[in-house]
Ligand binder design. Structure first.
Ligand code: FEO
Length: 169
C-alpha cells in the first residue's frame, strides 16, 4: 500500500506529465501554423510520450492500492517567435520535469518506499535521454540561425521520429 504523502506526490506528478502533453500539443499547433511538418511530427511523438509517462504513473498508483485524483491542467503558452524559442522552452521545461522527478524520489526516500524508488528510476533515465535529445535539436537550431534551407533540412530529419510505446518501470 502506498502512503498518503507518496500518493499525493504521484498525483502532482501525473498532473505535471499531463501538462507536458498539453504544452507540447500547443507547440505542435504552433509548428502547424508554420507548415513545418517534421517539427509537427516531433511534437506529435513528444505528446504521445508524455501521455505514456502520465499513464505509467496513473497505473502504478492503482497497482499500489492508491487513488488517482485528476487535477485541472494549466493553460499552456501558445505563442513563440521562432523554432529556436520553442526548443529553448522545451529544454527549460524538461529540466523542470527532471527536478520534479528528483523531488518525487526524495519523497520516496523519506517514506522508505523502495518500490516507488525503483519504479521512478525509469523516469530519471528517461529525463537524461529527453534532455539530451532536446539539447541536440536546440544545438542544431542555433547553428542554423536564419538559414531557411538548413531549417527545412532539419524539418526533414525530424519527420523521421517515431513513437515507440515505452515499457515503464
Ligand atoms: Fe515526461 Fe518530458 O518528461
Amino acid at each position: 500500500m502506498i502512503s498518503e504523502k507518496m500518493e499525493q506526490a504521484f498525483n502532482e506528478q501525473i498532473n505535471a506529465e499531463f501538462y507536458s502533453e498539453y504544452l507540447y500539443l500547443s507547440m505542435q499547433s504552433y509548428f502547424e501554423s508554420l507548415n513545418l511538418k517534421g517539427f509537427v511530427n516531433w511534437m506529435t511523438v513528444q505528446v504521445q510520450e508524455e501521455h505514456a509517462h502520465a499513464m505509467g504513473m496513473f497505473n502504478y498508483v492503482h497497482e499500489r492500492g492508491g487513488k488517482v485524483e485528476l487535477q485541472a491542467i494549466d493553460k499552456p503558452e501558445t505563442k513563440w517567435n521562432s523554432p529556436l524559442e520553442v526548443f529553448e522552452h522545451v529544454l527549460r521545461h524538461e529540466e523542470l520535469v527532471t527536478s520534479k522527478i528528483n523531488a518525487l524520489m526524495d519523497v520516496a526516500e523519506e517514506q522508505k518506499d523502495r518500490a516507488a524508488l525503483s519504479f521512478l528510476d525509469w523516469y530519471l533515465k528517461e529525463q537524461v535521454e529527453e534532455e539530451a535529445s532536446v539539447g541536440g535539436v536546440l544545438a542544431t537550431l542555433k547553428l542554423i540561425g536564419d538559414d531557411k534551407k538548413a531549417l527545412l533540412m532539419l524539418d526533414k530529419d525530424l519527420a523521421a521520429r517515431t513513437f515507440v510505446a515505452p515499457v515503464i518501470g
